[in-house]
Design a protein around this ligand. Structure first.
Ligand SMILES: [Zn+2]
Length: 309
């Protein structure tokens, strides 16, 4: 079994705690990821704040990543094109895709995205939960705000450069603004179905259908509050309910994984070493071997191949 995981927060975590990417006490490290068959991992750079403070923190997290990459180049590589992936498909290496979770660091300078691209960035979510200079976040939904002028410029530039556009965390208005603009597929890296769990971070049926019409994928996520309403208890089968529901609504070809390891307390798989349990649970719920393979890796790989230039 091979796994492509579209979201985790290990980089900001090990930067804060001064820990190793290879082996640490958090929910994700290379050692356990290899045992689980992870072949590609999106890793976020996460630093909400003012433009200047965010920029410094993001650059520091990138520095931490490159220090770790040099130390562990026998087991990880920077995935910046699909060719990089093909060149490292040997069962020994995990490709890391650098993702910016919230574009605060860009301030009002869309051109900084070109600099980040040169530094290896290949994925961006315009906002975290709150409004910034690019767009409104999901917790500002009541304002009805969408993409700003600078936000539109960032979307255009991301498409031109071949950077993944991630609509997790963005307001509903901005979500549809982006879909109207883009010509290539986009991702929602970590979210579930609003119909099964009424949380603002989950996607409505309309959002899911529109995502699929644009060829995009959703990374179903292990975050407890996005699986069942807080305090009602949850297990792995409740998570699989979301995968089943979304597969039936928009087709299994649009479903992937976005764990949010190191971004949340008590995910339904306790760490990256437990991915095997999900494979068994999916098989137990009637997905064919080919469908399980699509969900665990090939839908996300196909998406990466289409978007990274
Ligand atoms: Zn997140």
């Amino acid at each position: 079994m091979e796994i492509v995981d579209c979201h985790c927060d290990v980089l900001s975590k090990i930067w804060e705690n001064n820990e190793s990417l290879y082996s640490n006490r958090g929910q994700f490290d290379i050692k356990r990821a290899r045992q689980s068959g992870v072949i590609v991992q999106f890793c976020s750079l996460f630093a909400p704040g003012t433009a200047d403070s965010s920029l410094r923190a993001v650059l520091n997290q990138m520095d931490k990543f490159y220090v770790e990459l040099n130390l562990h180049s026998d087991s990880v590589y920077l995935l910046s094109s699909f060719g990089d992936f093909m060149a490292h498909r040997d069962g020994q290496h995990i490709g890391i895709i650098l993702h910016l979770e919230g574009g605060e660091a860009l301030g009002q300078d869309p051109g900084l995205l070109r600099v980040f691209y040169r530094l290896g960035l290949r994925s961006i979510g315009l906002t975290w939960n709150h409004r910034n200079l690019l767009a409104d976040g999901v917790l500002d939904d009541a304002s009805g705000g969408g993409l700003s002028r600078v936000g539109r410029e960032v979307v255009r530039l991301a498409e031109e450069l071949g950077i993944v556009i991630d609509l997790a965390h963005i307001s509903s208005r901005a979500y549809f603004n982006v879909l109207e603009m883009v010509s290539r597929p986009v991702i929602v890296s970590h979210a579930n179905a609003r119909r099964l769990c009424d949380h603002p971070r989950n996607l409505t049926d309309e959002q899911l259908i529109s995502l699929a019409q644009h060829g995009g994928i959703v990374g179903c996520t292990l975050v407890p509050d996005f699986i069942k309403p807080a305090g009602t208890g949850h297990d792995l089968n409740d998570f699989v309910d979301h995968i089943v529901y979304i597969s039936e609504l928009i087709g299994v070809d649009h479903v992937g994984l976005g764990s949010d390891f190191d971004g949340v307390d008590e995910p339904v798989l306790k760490d990256v070493g437990e991915w095997g349990k999900l494979q068994a649970a999916l098989e137990g719920r009637g997905f064919s071997a080919a469908e399980v393979e699509k969900i665990l890796q090939s839908n996300a790989l196909g998406f990466i191949e289409q978007v990274l230039l």
